[in-house]
Write a protein that binds this ligand. Structure first.
Ligand code: UDP
Length: 334
């Protein structure tokens, strides 16, 4: 009963590996290292540098390790990049997942936890967003994640695959003890950018838009700690093994939102750095407010986020960035 984690060298994937290992779950990781970093020696789990489009090789890994479930993170995940190069997202997200599912069907592996996103909702008609609200993605990233959710639904019926899609809101923070955290090149996410300003690596943060219909004019997001995302994956796996769940989707957020300016204020207090801001134009495709209703995940998965305060998210992120100013490339390794 081994779990195959695809994209286990990425930010959320790696924290999920840490969570599964801490709970005694046998894990094997495949990642093509196109954007991830594998902290060699930190986890005692087999690692294969593989592209999931190589279904034969991935199938061999499944057979060799007795895999019974896949937690599927491997994907492209930048909204801006997806708008500039949508075919890349259809190839690397949709087509690659079809290859992975083929390998699963061939190997008789019938459980998948899938890494989805709040971007499937587009501009929400109401907040907090519930899972059955309309899905109208406004960029190819969200569109390809939704296409995969639908592929899982059809695949569930046709091949008897049970799947749980987890729609993340804004992942944030870092492992409270292990030397792992967020490291994207180039960095586009708010909290790591604030950490870079506090480290003196950037002059200021540009806030994308100050005239949104929100209390302070800046966008509101539902930030969710990466360790809480990780525990949701573990609970989803447990559910897939316990019941024939069919195909299910769950929002993962705290249910409360923070504006960009609120996050900046918390980052100033956690880091003790003044963190100058500049106001710039809106970023294309940014909805004003994205807040989850996590009620379904709480009721059905028994999920209870632990690190719900913005302080928890920023202080664990700061711990990682301060000790690893160059991310995984920092001298001395992870
Ligand atoms: N944001 C910002 N300046 C930045 C990066 C992000 O104002 O340099 C804002 C962005 O417009 C959004 C929020 O911060 O409202 C979170 O953005 P991020 O890119 O971290 O996550 P996303 O919401 O795209 O998943």
């Amino acid at each position: 009963m081994t779990v195959l984690v695809t994209g286990g060298a990425g930010y959320i994937g790696m924290h999920t590996v840490a969570e599964l290992v801490a709970h005694g779950e046998p894990v094997v990781v495949v990642d093509d290292l196109s954007t991830g970093h594998w902290p060699a020696g930190l986890f005692d789990v087999p690692f294969y540098s593989l592209d999931i489009q190589d279904g034969e090789a991935v199938g061999t890994v499944m057979a060799r390790h007795g895999v019974d479930a896949v937690v599927h993170f491997a994907a492209k995940s930048l909204v801006g990049e997806s708008v500039r190069d949508p075919l890349l997202y259809y190839e690397r997200n949709v087509a690659a997942t079809a290859q992975l599912l083929r390998a699963m069907v061939r190997q008789g592996v019938r459980r998948m936890v899938f890494s989805s996103t709040a971007a499937v909702y587009g501009h929400p008609g109401r907040v907090p967003i519930q899972e059955d609200d309309p899905k109208q993605p406004v960029n190819p990233y969200g569109e390809t994640k939704l296409a995969i959710e639908r592929m899982l639904r059809w695949g569930g019926d046709a091949y008897g695959i049970s799947a749980i899609s987890l729609r993340y809101f804004n992942a944030a923070g870092a492992h409270p003890e292990l030397p792992i955290g967020e490291d994207h090149r180039p960095e586009t996410h708010l909290i790591p950018i604030l950490m870079q300003v506090a480290l003196g690596q950037r002059e200021a943060v540009t806030i994308f838009g100050s005239d949104y219909d929100t209390p302070d004019g800046t966008c509101v997001r539902d930030y969710i700690h990466v360790m809480d995302l990780a525990s949701a994956h573990r609970l989803a796996l447990e559910r897939l093994r316990r019941v024939d769940a069919g195909v299910e989707v769950y929002n993962l957020g705290t249910g409360s939102g923070h504006s960009v300016l609120e996050v900046v204020r918390v980052a100033r207090s956690v880091t003790g750095h003044p963190i100058p801001v500049a106001f710039g134009p809106r970023r294309a495709g940014d909805p004003a407010v994205l807040v989850a209703s996590p009620a379904r995940a709480q009721a059905v998965l028994g999920w209870r986020p632990r690190y719900t305060g913005m302080e928890d998210m920023v202080s664990t992120a700061w711990r990682w960035h301060k000790s690893h100013p160059e991310g995984f490339g920092t001298a001395g390794g992870p």
